[in-house]
Write a protein that binds this ligand. Structure first.
Ligand code: AMP
Length: 359
């Protein structure tokens, strides 16, 4: 099913990703109906219509989907049952299957391995006993992560020599987990790619990401890696997006590490089944932003060019950093984005700023 201009896209989730998706949708003549449990949230301001209800509310979901031509999501922890229900009424893109697979770190890593891609060594940790066995197999340092609902470093703990395994397991909630070998990476990189309804794949240039306290602080493009890694990164993203039979924009997070011979290689860490923070620079820095690209892809429209317009630096404005908005506005080459969040709590993404150094 291909959308016509004027159609309405339903977006589940009302964060800044939804806000920027809705703004991009407007540019190309689409409207958005945002559905989320929160009353105050960034995407509500940009939406044509909004529903404030829990993801489990079948009556509200039904009313919502009746007003939409198709549904997408900006938040990866939407319950899959919600998307599966909506899919019985309207197309959902990307598919609930792609979301379900990436919501669980164990199925995600198993899928990546199945594609022949390198990941950190990992082991299933079903319970405390399995953790002892997994630590014997993977060794330390290693990282214990909950299988579900982890983001920005939440739901994970580093295991070192002497860590009390029972205490760490309990502190993470004693649910299903995965133990991952620690990757001594040199840099963290990501690829933002998109696949159209007909199966065309495009990718943006490789991004290099710096985190502070587990939150993305800065993205630079292009990444400073060996040139042979650039086509390799694209190849990895393409394998994943095709393997998922995906429609829309995807973010693939990877580590760049050196092997024993000193050569750089890419190790896949995580798939984000949505537009990605490390792709915010594409608004000013690429011919087509990742947000417009996502809308084009799910609408069944041709994809746009991903050509980069210069050297890029994107910085997230976290918590009180957004108070510098006046100074940022005074810099002629900085493009400021604020997400309209009323409270600047520590660790909260309040906005971002992009600088494009034109060649
Ligand atoms: P994640 O929630 O998997 O994206 O992890 C958040 C951050 O923790 C990553 O961006 C890395 O900085 C770090 N991290 C996660 N897994 C590993 C790993 N296996 N080895 C080293 N660092 C990791």
């Amino acid at each position: 099913m291909i959308l016509s201009p004027g159609a309405t896209v339903g977006i589940l989730g009302a964060g800044q990703l939804g806000r920027m998706l809705a703004m991009a949708a407007l540019k190309i003549g689409l409207r958005c109906h945002v559905y989320a449990p929160e009353t105050e949230a960034p995407a509500h301001d940009a939406a044509h219509a909004r529903t404030i209800a829990p993801y489990e509310d079948r009556a509200a979901l039904r009313r919502f989907v009746e007003t939409c031509d198709l549904v997408t999501f900006e938040f990866e922890n939407v319950p899959t049952e919600c998307l599966e229900f909506l899919q019985t009424l309207k197309p959902v893109r990307p598919s609930p299957r792609a979301l379900a697979l990436t919501q669980d770190r164990l199925t995600e890593k198993t899928f990546l391995r199945g594609l022949g891609l390198e990941t950190a060594p990992f082991a299933d940790v079903a319970d405390a006993g399995a953790l002892m066995r997994a630590v014997r197999e993977i060794g330390r340092p290693s990282i214990l992560k909950t299988r579900r609902f982890g983001y920005d470093g939440k739901g994970q703990t580093m295991l070192r020599e002497g860590s009390d395994l029972g205490a760490v397991h309990r502190a993470l909630g004693a649910g299903p987990m995965i133990l991952e070998g620690f990757v001594a990476f040199e840099r963290e990189v990501s690829v933002i790619a998109a696949r159209s309804l007909e199966g065309a794949v495009v990718a943006y240039d490789l991004c290099e990401n710096e985190h502070e306290r587990h939150i993305l602080a800065r993205t630079r493009v292009p990444a400073h890696v060996a040139p042979e890694l650039l086509p390799r990164a694209r190849e990895i993203a393409e394998k994943i997006i095709v393997g998922l039979d995906y429609v829309g924009v995807i973010g693939v997070e990877m580590f760049c590490a050196r092997d024993a011979a000193g050569a750089e290689r890419l190790i896949v860490n995580e798939i984000a089944p949505r537009v990605h923070n490390s792709g915010h620079w594409t608004i000013e820095g690429a011919e087509t932003s990742q947000f417009e690209q996502h809308m084009r892809a799910i609408a069944g429209w041709p994809l746009g060019a991903t050509t980069r317009r210069g050297l890029i630096e994107m910085r997230n404005l976290i918590g009180e950093e957004a108070e510098d908005w006046r100074d940022i506005l005074a810099e002629p080459d900085m493009s400021l984005h604020l997400y309209g969040k009323l409270q600047a709590r520590p660790g909260r993404k309040m906005g971002h700023v992009t600088r494009v150094l034109r060649p």
